[in-house]
Design a protein around this ligand. Structure first.
Ligand code: AKG
Ligand code: FE2
Length: 124
């Protein structure tokens, strides 16, 4: 199954794939979509939106997608690690906050409406 471009709403995501990650691509600034290089036996750890906010934007929740083809089966397992819905998420940084304090639930409600624009929308 392919996936449209998105960022994960998790704190972080751990991905395990057969056919290591063939089809997973990340969007690199100024370059475009690049495949995630397959490393046999490795897991991929993806930074999610919550870690993006907690790190005050220092760690980026990368836009990624999955492309499929008609000739190869592809299986992957994703583990989304996230705090409870009512947790308050705020930047843990001494720098001026670039994101407001927001519960994970309120963030998800916004993301349901604004999808991949949500992080830039709430940015201070
Ligand atoms: O299947 C993959 O490699 C990635 C899946 C993914 O991005 C997701 O489930 O959010
Ligand atoms: Fe994802």
């Amino acid at each position: 199954m392919g996936m449209a471009p998105h960022t994960d709403s998790s704190l972080f995501t751990i991905l395990h794939g057969t056919q290591p990650f063939a089809g997973l691509q990340v969007l690199k600034d100024g370059i475009g979509w690049v495949p995630v290089p397959p490393v046999s036996g490795a897991l991929v750890v993806n930074i999610g939106d919550i870690l993006h906010i907690l790190s005050n934007g220092r760690f980026h929740s990368v836009l990624h997608r999955v492309v499929v083809n008609r000739t190869h089966h592809r299986y992957s397992v994703a583990f989304f690690y996230m705090p409870p819905l009512d947790s308050k998420i705020s930047p843990l940084s001494l720098d001026p906050p670039r994101y407001p304090s927001i519960t994970r639930k309120d963030y998800l409600d916004l993301k349901a409406k604004h999808f991949n624009d949500t992080l830039s929308l709430i940015r201070i």
